[in-house]
Design a protein around this ligand. Structure first.
Ligand SMILES: [Zn+2]
Length: 158
């Protein structure tokens, strides 16, 4: 929308910003998968700097993960891409999934295939993140730090 965003180049402080599209790609070479999307960018006419909305890049990462999940690309490399997109360290993910960091490492380096249930749990966290929720991560975190069960639950119909 006109009036939104910067009108001047961040880098040279000069120059007219032109609306263009740029292709963002993620390549998973060992899995032989490349995912690409065209996104709107602003290119500076003076210095050629390309400015891309940071939230768009973030959404692209998460959307890529969901495409990998939908396409059934359950390689360790895809799992690593998803973990990174979620901003999780391997030790944190291991704790959430009740695994050892070594197991995560074996999967991510291709020494063993990821467990399907663990893979789907990571896919669910990625989908949540894309949808602006943390439901699955919150549930895993609750399971990872067990407390007594509540005895009365107030159920909300949504
Ligand atoms: Zn510039």
């Amino acid at each position: 929308m006109a009036g939104d965003g910067e009108r001047r180049c961040r880098r040279c402080g000069d120059g007219e910003l032109r609306e263009e599209t740029e292709t963002l790609s993620v390549e998973l070479p060992r899995s032989a998968v490349t995912a690409s999307v065209s996104v709107p960018v602003r290119r500076c006419a003076a210095c050629d700097d390309v400015q891309l909305d940071a939230s768009l890049r973030e959404r692209f990462r998460l959307a890529t993960c969901c495409e990998l999940a939908d396409a059934g690309v359950d390689t360790g490399e895809a799992l690593r891409h998803m973990r990174k997109a979620l901003g999780l360290r391997a030790a944190e993910l291991a704790r959430l999934l009740d695994l050892t960091p070594e197991t995560i490492s074996h999967w991510e380096t291709g020494r063993a295939a990821p467990n399907r249930a663990a893979f789907i749990a990571v896919c669910a966290m990625v989908q949540d993140a894309l949808d602006g929720r943390t439901t699955t991560r919150d549930r895993l975190a609750r399971l990872a730090s067990p407390e007594d069960y509540p005895h009365a639950l107030a159920v909300k119909l949504r």
